[in-house]
Design a protein around this ligand. Structure first.
Ligand code: ATP
Length: 532
């Protein structure tokens, strides 16, 4: 399915718009339109209901009965700057970028790829921002241009390799950057911290410097003690948060997939270290199932365990849930969510401080081992289990999802085109009813004979409980098409027969079946559609 068509539908129907569009937009920022805001809210509400307010407390881990509690938080976006020093973001949350001196464009070092070409007695690296077939074609076109050859001479190109990452290239003087005409215009890779910096209050100097949070998780860790002290939660338990995060991504792209402002849905699940591996597996599987329950197809969704070499030093396991987005080359997947076993790393760091990266001079305190550390809070963040009188550092399992990436996956999955009678093509968004922006559309067949009055009465009676729309504009076929593009699961039409026997036409978005349903059954039917 082509991404261009999905992007066009999102604009046409009001799912997504570029931010500040009348001023030319701002790269990496997006606005959700009237349908998009409902879709994304439904995704977040389904998550909150399934993971927090309505989750089933009784479960099993590795065949043993278990139970757990979940509570929520809503923390501030700007936090004490020390939070980011102890979390590691201040020192380590960076990507490497390379700048092109010719085009003035900036790229992520790890995202550029290319092919080696034999040209003018030397090996030249022709780079590209895309992989797969597209990348091959792009490098071919650029190689021809670079050597001043014609299209029909393509067979004369002497490729020395397939597509490889720029990370494998040591000498940049032989690289042709993606938007350059000469070799050797890329700078050496430089670190670029992804946190947005701002200044709090009237202080413009470093004392007032603060950061917009790059993840919601840290708000949960620093409130761990507050939650334990103010509620009756006992391990194992989870704390959840949904909220905006900000990352100054070097190359935002692929629609909302990589944005600079986005929303996360994160859980920190605290448990006894003896049980953490079992809970890790439980959460990994539960989170995968959540996406398939809401309609993502298992053929396009994978659960990928990280290789030991990919794991952070403290992690005992990380898995990504990845989706085959249409903008990715065939066979590639993009991350929707990461589920990480973080052991006791975060709580410990916020209590004891964190080792400073080698070679930096920052405000630090010497730790017990004599090494420089970012100063921790010094507060006791251990957990005391009064049931067994045991004090310990809980282990943490962190399922961390992106609300925008999830929403984008649901949009891509839902998009379908199918031939209908008369040789026409119907575009339909097959959202799961729980996340569909509009649950039912209500139409009077014609604008007379009491039908609009009856339709409006039905509309008003449902509106308090369901997202419904009233539409009396144009031919009924056109109205159906509009609702198909919005992904509305049901259209309910008040017609001539309604006026005599009090039944309506109930039209199903997917099967296109039309049946007669008594007025009194409408609400129950809608309710059962929306059950998890
Ligand atoms: P990536 O490797 O794609 O940059 P990440 O591994 O840095 O992602 P995490 O730090 O694990 O991502 O963040 C958790 C989730 O937050 C991701 O799985 C994703 O859904 C979402 N997310 C992260 N960065 C972005 C972004 N720039 N735009 C939209 N969503 C994002």
């Amino acid at each position: 399915m082509s991404m261009d068509k999905i992007v066009a539908l999102c604009k046409r129907r009001g799912f997504l718009f570029p931010s500040s569009e009348i001023y030319g937009g701002l790269n990496g920022f997006w606005d959700y339109g009237p349908l998009g805001v409902e879709l994304k809210r439904n995704v977040k509400e389904a998550w909150w209901k399934d993971m927090v307010s309505g989750h089933d407390e009784l479960t099993q881990i590795e065949g043993t009965p278990a139970s757990f509690q979940m509570v929520g938080l809503d923390c501030s976006i700007i936090m004490h700057p020390q939070v980011w020093k102890c979390s590691g973001h201040y020192d380590l949350f960076h990507d490497y970028m390379v700048d092109c001196k010719e085009s003035k464009k900036r790229y992520r070092h790890d995202q550029l790829r290319g092919r080696w070409l034999k040209a003018k007695e030397q090996s030249v690296f022709i780079s590209s921002q895309t992989g797969g077939e597209e990348g091959l074609e792009e490098t071919q076109t650029r190689a021809l241009k670079f050597l001043g050859m014609r299209n029909k001479q393509v067979g004369d190109l002497e490729w020395e390799s397939g597509m490889v990452s720029l990370l494998t290239v040591k000498d940049f003087s032989v690289v042709l950057a993606p938007d350059a005409t000469q070799l050797g215009t890329l700078t050496e890779p430089r670190e670029f911290n992804l946190m947005f910096k701002t200044f709090v209050g009237a202080l413009a100097g470093e004392e007032g410097a603060a950061f917009l949070r790059p993840e919601t998780a840290q708000g949960i860790f620093v409130n761990f003690k507050n939650v334990v002290d103010s509620t009756r939660v006992k391990t194992p338990f989870g704390i959840a948060q949904i909220g905006k995060s900000f990352r100054n991504e070097i190359t935002p792209r692929n629609f909302t997939f990589r944005s600079r402002e986005f929303e996360q849905m994160e859980i920190e699940f605290f448990c006894h270290p003896n049980q953490s591996q079992a809970w890790y597996k439980w959460w990994r599987d539960r989170r995968y199932q959540w996406y398939t329950n809401l309609g993502l197809s298992p053929e396009r969704l994978i659960l990928r365990e990280h290789e030991p070499s990919e794991l952070s030093h403290y992690s005992c396991g990380t898995a990504d849930i990845e989706y085959a987005f249409p903008f990715l080359p065939q066979g590639e997947f993009g991350e929707l969510e990461g589920i990480a076993h973080r052991a006791d790393f975060d709580l410990r760091s916020h209590q004891e401080g964190k080792l400073v990266k080698d070679g930096e001079t920052l405000i630090v305190e010497n730790g017990a081992d004599g090494k420089p550390r970012h100063k921790g809070s010094g507060k006791d963040l251990q957990y005391f289990d009064d049931r067994v009188r045991e004090r310990y550092w809980p282990h943490v399992i962190e399922p961390s999802a992106g609300a925008d990436r999830g929403t984008l996956a649901f949009l891509c999955e839902a998009y379908a085109e199918e031939p209908v009678e008369g040789g026409e093509v119907r575009t339909v968004m097959r959202f799961h009813p729980r996340i569909a922006p509009v649950k039912a559309a209500i139409f009077p067949l014609v604008n007379r004979e009491g039908m609009p009055e009856k339709a409006k009465e039905l509309y008003r009676s449902l509106k308090g409980d369901f997202g419904v729309q009233y539409d009396d504009g144009g031919a009924i076929g056109r109205r159906y098409r509009r609702q198909d593009e919005a992904g509305t699961p049901v259209c309910i039409t008040i017609d001539g027969q309604t006026m005599t026997d009090n039944t309506v036409t109930w039209r199903d978005r997917d099967s296109l079946q039309q049946i007669r349903v008594p007025f009194g059954e409408i609400e129950t039917r809608l309710r059962s559609l929306l059950k998890p």
